[in-house]
Design a protein around this ligand. Structure first.
Ligand SMILES: [Zn+2]
Length: 461
């Protein structure tokens, strides 16, 4: 009989944990597709039961006007210990194109040290290493060093439409001293990193009207204003020659990176050739004087996301169009305020478009940027944890996108730290999503370590 070489990362009950991971990932909890509504609910039921079996004091399903969330808590550490809230989500992205998957997305397999399934890394796998960390610690010592709350929503992949209401409805239960987000990644196992900021977002539809109807270009062209021309001119002026956003005052509230973040940014690897290959672009362009990584995470942007106007059907139609429309999205960085940016853009558009053009701007919500402190007990705890498990202190990264993290940080008013084990090659939201199992086990050990580090640093803060 031969025995497998001992993998120091795998706990003794690794096979049981893998069975549970596979079981949960088999539930197609696709929040975007109404046909999967009951499976999102099934996924919540599964998680609630696993939390109870793991030894949480209580675990409940929180219904929303959309898909349910799961809330579990363990309360035994006493008043002196901090209360840690872990955030994740149990819904997953749709799977098409199905034919691009090497294995069916909801029949998880472990191959080449990877778990392949929809939701493996985003985000069930990352939620489960916390649950299993709690289970293992309680089995060993019947105690956690912290009071722990787990909040796992079911609508993250559709933009968390009922999440803020959930946080309002359950504000008392969610009270905590620190928020741990585990829905992110790191640069690589050899270059561990942690996120310290996410961008905000505001978007607008701008409609220009120049006449009550489209006009004959022969009879009227050359004497009346053309809505498409005015829209083109407006959009062409949105950026200056340096490719900076030309809206007056747009950069006034942008906080420059501190030395630590700047150094961290400079140390991050970036392969421009590979980046171009992945994106299919011939070369990069963006704000002059800023590196690509800087532009993605720590600089605000304006993107024209679509435009229409006049005649765009087959052949040609000889008109002067009366109306033209564009959609513009702005990514914001700390400390830009969505409402203030809307005001600045309104003023800039009004100033830029001549009086004979009628302008209407419709804003589509707003998400504020969010930033975690890189000082203080909570950040030190996550930094020490990552150093201990991955062998190097984490570089500090900023997320280009926006998410429910801003809502949690604002509503719960606690410091937020990021423990995420995802890797750039994990194919999130794409066919053949994976979780590298070594990263899963490191996540498991890191979660256990993090609870202890948070307790220690809270006590001596
Ligand atoms: Zn996610």
């Amino acid at each position: 009989m031969t025995s497998d070489p001992v993998d120091p990362l795998r706990p003794a009950n690794a096979e049981d944990v893998i069975d549970r991971l596979v079981e949960w990932l088999s539930i197609p909890s696709i929040s975007a597709e109404p046909a999967h509504r009951t499976e999102v609910a099934d996924s919540a039921v599964w998680l609630r039961q696993r939390c109870l079996d793991a030894g949480f004091t209580s675990a409940e399903i929180w219904e929303t006007d959309g898909h349910p969330a799961v809330f579990a808590r363990w309360d035994g550490a006493g008043d002196e210990a901090p209360t840690v809230l872990v955030y994740g989500h149990h819904d997953v992205q749709p799977v098409d194109p199905l034919e691009a998957w090497a294995h069916p997305p909801f029949e998880p397999v472990i191959v080449d040290g990877e778990c392949r399934a929809r939701g493996a890394i985003d985000d069930k796998g990352q939620v489960l290493y916390h649950v299993e960390a709690v289970a293992a610690t309680l089995a060993e010592s019947r105690m956690l060093p912290v009071n722990l709350k787990l909040l796992v929503e079911g609508e993250e992949e559709i933009g968390s439409p009922h999440f803020e209401q959930l946080l309002v409805d359950h504000a008392a239960a969610l009270d905590c001293d620190v928020i741990v987000v585990s829905d992110t990644g790191m640069i690589s196992p050899d270059i561990p990193s942690t996120d310290v900021a996410m961008r905000g977002l505001v978007a607008a539809t701008i409609e220009l009207t120049t006449s009550s109807t489209d006009l004959h270009s022969g009879s009227f062209g050359g004497t009346v204003p053309n809505a498409a021309r005015h829209l083109s001119r407006l959009l062409a002026n949105l950026h200056d020659d340096q490719l900076r956003v030309a809206v007056d005052g747009f950069y006034d509230d942008v906080v420059p990176l501190d030395d630590g973040e700047q150094r961290s940014l400079d140390e991050q690897p970036f392969d421009e050739t590979e980046f171009c290959a992945i994106t299919g672009v011939a070369g990069l362009e963006g704000e002059l004087g800023r590196s690509p990584l800087e532009r993605i995470g720590s600089r605000p942007t304006a993107e024209i996301v679509g435009m229409s106007g006049g005649y765009v059907g087959e052949g040609i139609k000889t008109i002067v169009p009366s109306r033209a429309t564009a959609k513009i999205a702005f990514r914001l960085v700390p400390d830009q305020d969505p409402t203030e940016v809307m005001r600045l853009v309104d003023a800039w558009v009004t100033k830029t478009v001549p009086p004979l053009v009628d302008v209407s701007i419709t804003w589509h919500g707003g998400v504020a940027p969010v930033r975690s402190s890189t000082r203080g007990w909570a950040f030190e705890a996550v930094s020490a944890t990552i150093a201990s498990i991955w062998g190097a202190h984490p570089l500090l990264t900023r997320v280009g996108g926006s998410g429910p993290e801003e809502t949690i940080a604002r509503r719960l008013g606690a410091p937020m730290v990021f423990l995420g084990v995802g890797l750039p090659g994990d194919r999130i939201h794409a066919p053949n999503e994976r979780m590298v199992m070594d990263q899963f086990w490191r996540g498991f050990h890191a979660a256990r370590k993090l609870y202890g580090e948070l307790a220690d640093r809270w006590a001596s803060r």
